[in-house]
Design a protein around this ligand. Structure first.
Ligand SMILES: [Fe+2]
Length: 429
């Protein structure tokens, strides 16, 4: 690997011994260095929270070199995470979560404050192109992800949680003036569906990325593991169930659990084992369970008939519902392209923020449902005493200091604010 720090040191050392030969060598080295910089263009850079209380600084370059970073005034070379035939390299640098000043190519990288007070939540963000579903990706109204992210930036969040599903351009766009020419599981589609619209906000706050079913094996998994997975890159067979991990946010803990796989039969036991591992952890504070697929959700006008019998939710419902430790106060998910909150009787409440940009589900539910019973194939019934729907594209903001969970639309209009109790359970007004 080309070591840029060593290279610059050699130039400095030669410059100190100014013989005519050395002047010539220095000139040649400087030209090579500049050429290297020209070719090693950093396309995107961001920071994300990863396990063990660390921050991963990442960059995508357009050849096989990585940029130099500065961490608290010390020069550090980023390492190659994954490289594709010299055409694209994903670079990574792991730092402690308390690192304060980081730059990459002189761009200031977002770091975490000691006390996190404001968290933005967004999900299901890509532009849907699948058969007849042709979202207008080139229109700010048709696909308002950029608008949503700009609205989030106005809140100055200190952390942004993406609850999964980044890549939506699965088939060819039939009208390129409306939806562009990118589709399929390749870097260009990742850039169009996520990295381009998120370019500015990626420098404003670190992310927590959650894997959605659009990043499952057989779909966008290659990009997930190369760009966003929080674990070290391992170029092996796709993992259908990624490792679980936790992040201590301060007054509340996040537990991140992979529900990207739709393969009920094959993943059932592995899911149960992973969940039991979580359950056996001694949890010392209120915990939110962050996972792409919600356990509870209504998507039709008649919510009492809804039972999520498919799409990978059944295992979760059957195996987890009775097993959550008491300190799990809420489940934070996306997957269904709506914004909804369900206050459950005797179970963790469900928050769904799946209205980030992808074509919305029918917006024909009532704003409020009371005392809804859910009937499941295992013979058990569960009930929500309060369900609220918030319409249109948007996002949510969780305030840990003032204990509020707010839903916003993409015009940054506040649609609703719920209180958060001492144990971080949502409490509707
Ligand atoms: Fe999904």
């Amino acid at each position: 690997m080309f070591n840029l720090i060593q290279f610059h040191r050699s130039i400095s050392e030669l410059s100190l011994k100014m013989t005519p030969n050395n002047v010539l060598i220095v000139l040649i080295l400087v030209i090579i260095s500049n050429l290297q910089h020209i070719h090693a263009r950093t396309l995107y850079t961001w920071s994300q929270v990863v396990p063990q209380n660390q921050l991963s600084v990442r960059a995508i370059t357009d050849n096989n070199a990585c940029p130099i970073a500065r961490v608290d005034n010390k020069q550090v070379e980023m390492k190659i995470r994954s490289s594709m035939n010299n055409t694209e390299t994903v670079c990574e640098l792991i730092v402690d979560r308390l690192a304060r000043h980081i730059t990459v190519d002189d761009k200031k990288i977002a770091t975490l404050p000691k006390n996190i007070r404001k968290i933005a939540i967004i999900g299901d963000t890509g532009c849907r192109i699948k058969g007849d579903e042709q979202q207008a990706c080139n229109s700010a109204e048709g696909w308002p992800l950029r608008k949503n992210l700009e609205a989030i930036a106005l809140h100055k969040p200190e952390l942004i949680v993406h609850v999964g599903d980044y890549l939506y351009r699965q088939t060819k766009c039939l009208e390129t003036t409306s939806c562009g020419s990118f589709f399929g599981y390749n870097p260009e589609t990742w850039y169009a569906d996520w990295f381009d619209p998120a370019k500015d906000i990626s420098l404003r706050a670190p992310f927590i990325f959650i894997r959605g079913n659009h990043e499952a094996c057989g779909r966008g998994h290659e990009g997930w593991f190369r760009y966003l997975d929080p674990f070290p890159f391992a170029p092996e067979n796709c993992k259908p169930l990624d490792f679980s991990w936790a992040f201590d946010v301060g007054p509340v803990k996040f537990f991140i659990f992979d529900t990207s796989s739709p393969e009920e039969i094959f993943e059932r036991q592995r899911k149960i084992d992973a969940f039991n591992k979580f359950n056996s952890l001694i949890c010392d504070k209120p915990t939110w369970f962050l996972t792409h697929r919600p356990l509870w959700c209504t998507t039709t006008r008649e919510p009492e008939v809804v039972a999520l019998k498919s799409q990978g939710n059944l295992t979760d419902i059957e195996e987890f519902q009775d097993e959550f430790p008491k300190n799990v106060s809420a489940i934070l998910s996306g997957h269904f392209h709506i914004a909804q909150i369900l206050l459950m009787d005797d179970f963790p409440d469900q928050i769904i923020v799946g209205n980030g940009g992808a074509l919305l589900y029918a917006q024909d539910q009532k704003p409020i449902y009371k005392n809804v019973d859910f009937h499941y194939p295992n013979g058990k019934n569960y009930s929500a005493h309060d369900i609220r729907n918030f319409f249109g594209f948007g996002f949510a903001i969780a305030r840990l200091d003032s204990r509020a969970l707010m839903f916003f639309n993409s015009d940054n209009k506040r649609l609703y604010s719920a209180g958060l109790t001492d144990d971080f359970k949502p409490r509707l007004k």
